[in-house]
Design a protein around this ligand. Structure first.
Ligand SMILES: *Cc1c(COP(=O)(O)O)cnc(C)c1O
Length: 470
């Protein structure tokens, strides 16, 4: 019997049977990994030019796997940023732990859909286990549930949707049914230095930004507890564990009890900073955070899971589920854990497998050590930078972030330009209280003493070059 499409089918079966291509993929991956420590951190012009090779019309006919892999290896890999090495300090970008990379290789063959337990029992089980582990690591109350999403942007969105649901529900307004347009007012209060992803979430949720009440911050970007306005049960208060520039933490212990007393919903954006809670050395920074109502945190930053991995944690499971469901009739019960009940998506990749692998590979002590190492390296680099005459570190290095500036903005920007051009490391720019800064974020497991030395020397050269030119 001849069926149409048979020849494609046959080819695909053959491709799947042939281990060669899969071994080749692994070999290319291993070759890439082997040169991470010595290559340029940001691709040079030549490498970027190679990307032109990808510009072609949609092919009429397909090609074999070998050709695809070869193309990516030749032109794709050189145009990557070496954020999986030890000297990429841009934004807040973690590397990937080896165990998770290995697991993602293996489980790629599984191609699981994590939407529901019935679609993938193994994903559902590991979500349950990982949820328990996260609650234990962060010291969160028993009733807390976790949703496994793509990052903190989406985690913030989910948590704030849950807050909106609960606050309106308490006033007899079912937001799922009645929507937001004639709803009773909900106040949103946050710090001056709230992260852009929170603003985005508020916009998506219909809060707008005009009425946002922004609390003044101190010179580290922390909310000033004495400036928190009077709160009530119609208010969402948004706090931060890890200011994206300075790494500073809001004073949870001072702020949350009063906010809860007033009946407000407290959310903590802890994208990279919440992990400090796992380290006995750094836990002080997070003191009192367990009293909040919801938290968002990334796997892919300080925990070093591969992209993309974020988690929403919520102490009001009903609010989280109700706000993410299209139908109120659907609520998970019993042992079954359907991941889609805790995230905006239905079909999802099984990102929890890599998160689980990271936690299992490190253990509690390893997570603490990983986080402490970021702080150690950041402190050591900040100290070295402080010794270069003409460079200043503008923040207290309480966690993993360092803000560096020169005596004027031009000099800072030129220093950053030369630093980036040399390619030994990469750090990006930001502004801090009106001043341009070079922002160095240390959150890759691979960053060691040698990397700190190389980075310091490169910065020293870049600064000397910039100073010589001005
Ligand atoms: C990175 C970051 C976010 C956004 O997280 P994504 O994982 O990139 O979506 C939110 N808040 C803070 C403080 C961050 O550092």
């Amino acid at each position: 019997m001849e069926k149409k499409g048979n020849s494609l089918n046959e080819r695909l079966f053959n491709e799947r049977k042939g281990a060669e291509a899969f071994r080749q993929a692994l070999d290319y991956g291993l070759a890439y990994q082997a040169q991470l420590a010595t290559r340029r951190v940001f691709p040079d012009r030549e490498a970027l030019k190679g990307l032109h090779q990808f510009i072609e019309p949609m092919p009429a006919k397909g090609v074999g796997i070998a050709e695809i892999l070869e193309m990516l290896h030749r032109y794709g890999a050189p145009a990557t940023v070496a954020s999986n090495g030890g000297r990429y300090f841009g934004f807040v970008t973690g590397a990937a732990l080896p165990a998770a990379t290995a697991v993602s290789q293996m489980t790629a063959f599984w191609d699981q859909n994590g939407a529901m337990e019935v679609m993938s029992p193994v994903v559902a089980r590991l979500e349950q286990v990982t949820e328990d582990w996260l609650k234990h690591l962060f010291g969160l109350p028993e009733q807390v549930v976790a949703g496994f999403v793509s990052g903190t942007s989406v985690a913030n969105l989910c948590a704030l949707a849950a807050a909106r649901y609960r606050i309106l529900e308490n006033q007899g307004w079912d937001v799922g049914l009645k929507g937001v347009f004639q709803a009773p007012p909900v106040r949103v209060v946050c710090g001056e230095h709230v992260h852009a992803s929170v603003i985005k979430a508020l916009q998506i949720l219909g809060f707008g930004t005009e009425k946002l009440e922004r609390i003044p911050v101190d010179n580290q970007g922390r909310i000033r507890p004495d400036e928190v306005p009077t709160l009530d049960e119609g208010t969402i208060l948004i706090l931060q564990a890890g200011n994206v520039n300075s790494g500073a933490f809001d004073s949870f212990d001072e702020i949350i009890p009063a906010a809860k007393q007033a009946g407000a919903w407290v959310h903590i954006d802890g994208a990279f900073g919440l992990w400090a809670a796992v380290s006995p050395q750094l836990a002080q920074l997070c003191k009192g955070m367990e009293k909040a109502d919801s938290w968002s945190v990334d796997g892919h930053k300080t925990l070093n899971t591969p992209y993309d991995s974020g988690i929403v944690l919520c102490a009001d499971p009903v609010a989280l589920q109700k706000s993410l469901q299209s139908s109120g009739a659907y609520l998970m019960k019993g042992d079954e854990r359907d991941g889609m009940a805790y995230s905006p998506e239905m079909s999802r990749r099984s990102r929890v497998l890599e998160l689980w692998a990271c936690l299992k590979s490190l253990g509690k002590a390893g997570v603490a050590e990983l986080i402490e190492n970021f702080h150690l390296q950041a402190s050591s680099l900040a100290q070295k930078i402080g010794s270069i005459k003409g460079l200043s570190v503008l923040n207290e290095v309480v966690f993993n972030q360092i803000l560096v500036s020169c005596e004027n903005d031009d000099l800072t920007l030129n220093t950053m330009k030369f630093l980036q051009e040399e390619g030994r490391c990469w750090a990006g720019g930001s502004s801090w209280f009106g001043k341009k800064v070079i922002r160095i974020s240390i959150c890759a497991w691979a960053t060691g003493e040698d990397d700190i030395r190389i980075t310091y020397e490169s910065l020293d050269r870049a600064f000397a070059k910039a100073s010589g030119e001005s």
